[in-house]
Design a protein around this ligand. Structure first.
Ligand SMILES: Cc1ncc(COP(=O)(O)O)c(C=O)c1O
Length: 288
């Protein structure tokens, strides 16, 4: 969340549309990102680095879908230096990307997975941490040596929240909401991509039932409309008038609908978005 936390370093954002060199392919950009990460690791000292933390798709950071080859190349660097990989599945987990976990969608083999949100659909607050043997074994060995697992939370392992999460996961499975996210998500992605030619649309991106449309005042230069986030806020206002509560992350309008959404509802959502873009256009490009 970009807090100035001590001992946390940030590597480059994998946003091909915004940050790649002209003519650079997604694979080339991914190779550069992996090299950039390796440079950072070597400068810091690999033996001092505990883990790399990343979301399969960056969610609240603007729905940044990593470029082709990104996770494969990043994981190769991490395993070269024995650095653990933590997948933050708080948004991607439990179906969002059309598979149960975003790690499956992107071929990620995490050592630790962080789960929250859809684990209980937030009916009750609960989060969970999944660890593999590589992480578990030293913890178990040390706990056995000192005679206790000296770690706990006041509200940890709460049986009521755990029961609600289990029931919620049962419903996700019974109603095949992961399959629904895949099927209806394909429609959401296809319908949004048809807006690519709209004069205010810079980039449409997303997988399954998570997407964002980044707005620009000028498609060629990718320039914002005055101050960054002004166009996002303008379109967001029109969206609300058209009955859609969304969220602009700067100039990116994000879509993250419930996993039960239907194809007809996706159509209504994108229709409302299209009307909102058209309503904003005369203000942004008055001559057009
Ligand atoms: C990707 C991601 N990780 C972690 C969190 C924090 O999770 P929680 O709200 O369950 O503490 C959030 C947002 O809430 C998130 O979007």
């Amino acid at each position: 969340f970009d807090l100035p936390s001590a001992n946390i370093l940030h590597t480059s954002t994998p946003h091909h549309w915004r940050d790649a060199e002209p003519g650079e392919s997604e694979e080339q950009f991914s190779s550069w990102l992996a090299e950039d990460l390796e440079t950072l690791i070597l400068a810091e000292g690999p033996e001092t680095i505990a883990a790399f933390i990343g979301e399969p798709i960056m969610g609240a950071g603007g729905v940044i879908v990593p470029p082709a080859g990104y996770w494969e190349k990043i994981q190769a660097v991490l395993s070269k230096y024995g650095i653990l990989l933590v997948a933050d599945e708080v948004i991607c987990g439990f179906g969002r990307t059309g598979k149960m976990f975003g790690s499956q969608t992107f071929g990620i083999k995490p050592d630790i997975m962080v789960l929250s949100k859809q684990i209980s659909s937030s009916y009750l607050p609960i989060s969970a941490l999944l660890i593999n043997d590589k992480v578990f074994e030293p913890i178990a060995d040390e706990s056995n040596r000192i005679g206790t697992f000296g770690h706990g939370f006041t509200g940890g392992g709460h049986p009521v929240a755990a029961a609600v999460a289990l029931e919620n996961i049962k419903l996700i499975e019974e109603r095949d909401l992961v399959g629904n996210a895949r099927k209806v998500g394909a429609r959401l992605q296809a319908r949004l991509r048809k807006l690519d030619s709209h004069p205010l649309v810079g980039e449409v991106r997303g997988v399954g039932l998570i997407a964002a449309v980044e707005l620009v005042a000028d498609k060629a230069s990718k320039a914002p409309w005055g101050k960054p986030a002004a166009l996002g806020a303008l379109v967001n206002g029109f969206l609300q008038q058209n009955g859609v509560i969304s969220r602009n992350m700067g100039d990116a309008i994000a879509f993250c609908p419930p996993l039960i959404i239907t194809e007809a509802e996706v159509d209504a959502l994108v229709d409302a978005f299209e009307r909102s873009l058209d309503a904003a256009l005369p203000q942004v490009q008055p001559q057009g």
